[in-house]
Design a protein around this ligand. Sequence first.
Ligand code: UDP
Length: 337
Amino acid sequence: MKVLVTGGLGYIGSHVTTLLLERNHEVIILDDLSNTSLSVLNSIENITQKKPFYEQINLCDAAAVKALFDRHNDVAGVIHFAAHKAVAESVAQPLKYYHNNIEGLLNLLDLLVPKKIPLLFSSSCTVYGNADELPITEHHPVKAAASPYGATKQMGEQIITDCCNAQAGFHAILLRYFNPIGAHTSAQIGEAPQGVPQNLIPYLVEAAAGKRPALQIFGTDYPTPDGSCIRDYIHVMDLADAHIVCLAHLLEKKQTSPTEIYNVGSGKGHSVLEVVTAFEKATGISVPTKIVGRRKGDVLQAYADTTKINTQLGWKTKYSLEEALRSAWAWEQRRNN
Ligand code: UDP
């Protein structure tokens, strides 16, 4: 099958692309290189010994996106990752986020909906906000977004749902990711933040490598067993595999409703301090840390109930937290070499 992956050179998109190629799909990557580099394409080719088709296009360029679909009129499905994702930046520059994330999605839907090309959308557990109940099921209410980034995910979900309801035969799956971490088992692709990392694991590995003075622990006075926040960390390889399973479900037209929502996480909650300890145990490398105050906007705890995707689609995680952290460290070492 021919599959279009928007943002296919980004962190999650590149891992999904390698799995698609390994499963003998033909892959077209659309990426504007705004938060990645062309070297990722070479790494994908090295890993898979296959060459995906690639075009440097920004999804906001409606004419260019249409021309791409005209050249590839046999696209069977689309996996949509291309979006800005830095929470703090979205607060400082909301229009950048609304333009890019919403306009890009609308341009894509303009082409997909009339042709009924199924869509897999990359959403986030951020839509749940500070959860009322744990673990979080898909039935948990969507809370007011805490940032423009979060708002674009909520709006994206709503826009896609409306399109699925309006156009019979147009189907989509919305995947609500918890915290993806780690890197490809080959250590040839992984998360490559530009500048100072904002997320826990990218910062942790740079602190472990001596590139940052110390990992700041944002708060140890939360009402959790050790006082630090709890998240659901999922190996990016497991997350990528969930996309393959969902895409097959879409392409085989097995959906019982036009829009399906699935949580994708490990189902386990780990505190920030537990993650640091697990990293040190898994790698033998100690992490310099400094306890500082709470980070504004952080939710106390979030971890997934993954029963729906486990039972309906037969997907489950294969990797442990320690394996994910070892892979993140292997990738960091490779980047430094
Ligand atoms: N965190 C931290 N130090 C950092 C980055 C993150 O203590 O340098 C904490 C953060 O407060 C949160 C957890 O690690 O409790 C995960 O943060 P991340 O930004 O990776 O994900 P998100 O907050 O979006 O779930």
